[in-house]
Design a binder for this molecule. Structure first.
Ligand code: B12
Length: 208
């Protein structure tokens, strides 16, 4: 047997990783398990970066391979439950451009039947508020991986409150370093450690 998808991604072996993704899908592999393997590969990339074995160029390279792989997997995930369980506004907060985890969250929520309004990265608090007003969504999901994202999360929750929407809108947080203390600091409702938890929280708050 060859190396696993997680190993191929961590070692930045792009062609082999993408070939394995295609081959696995053709062989009937569960697309979600492939996403999970990719996530494990990214965790290893992060570890190597922190250990000084990888530099920014390797981070960028790994992110590109990850995105290409998810593009191949995406169509196999779609269709989902076909249900319409409600709207969610999602984005990576101001000052932060990490979006790999957010995109996984978005994909899984869509598969579960939610209509996800993904505003992308580096999103200003006012843009979140506008989208909540426009869509009537009752759930706001904020992603952030940088420590400075905590302040942006706090500002975003404050802007939602200022617009008079806080009663209606639940706010959930996620991204590498987010924990219960960040929830308290930002004035949010809950956080999730992975995309599956994002789905559980959405089901809890939107009553599905
Ligand atoms: C890939 C990566 C990048 C890529 C991002 C590409 C992209 N399109 O996203 C690039 C190369 C661009 C990048 C840039 C930078 N990065 Co960077 N990056 C990473 C790395 C290696 C992996 C992140 C990742 O994608 N993980 C995989 C995903 C799947 O995990 P995840 O995001 O946590 O998401 C999961 C959960 O958290 C959860 N989740 C995510 N969002 C949400 C939301 C909700 C609501 C819920 C419920 C759940 C949820 O579900 C996801 C799926 O399971 C991390 C290291 C690490 N170990 O995390 C550093 C890291 C985050 N980066 C870091 C830094 C410092 C930077 C830069 C400032 C570097 C620089 N000097 O320029 C810039 C930041 C620029 C900016 N303004 O944002 C630091 C942050 C340190 C800190 N505490 O602030 C880290 C921790 C590396 C380190 N140890 O130094 N980075």
């Amino acid at each position: 047997m060859g190396d696993s998808l997680a190993v191929l991604l961590a070692e930045l072996r792009e062609d082999e990783a993408l070939a394995l993704v295609r081959g696995s899908l053709e062989g009937g592999a569960d697309p979600l398990s492939l996403v999970e393997e990719l996530r494990q590969g990214m965790t290893e990339v992060g570890r190597r970066f922190e250990a000084g074995e990888y530099f920014l160029s390797e981070l960028i390279m790994s992110a590109e391979i990850f995105k290409e792989a998810v593009e191949i997997i995406g169509p196999h995930l779609q269709g989902g439950s076909g249900a319409d369980k409600g709207s969610i506004v999602l984005g990576t907060v101001k000052g932060d451009i990490h979006d790999i985890g957010k995109n996984i969250v978005s994909t899984l929520l869509r598969c579960e039947g939610y209509e996800v309004h993904d505003l992308g990265v580096d999103v200003e608090p006012a843009a979140f508020v506008r989208k909540l007003e426009e869509t009537g969504a009752r759930l706001l999901a904020l992603s952030g991986l940088l420590t400075l994202a905590f302040d942006s999360m706090k500002e975003t929750v404050a802007a939602v409150a200022e617009a008079g929407l806080r009663e209606r809108v639940r706010v959930i947080l996620g991204g590498g370093p987010v924990n219960e203390r960040v929830v308290e600091y930002a004035g949010a409702d809950a956080f999730g450690e992975d995309a599956a938890q994002a789905v559980r929280l959405a089901n809890r708050y939107l009553g599905a």
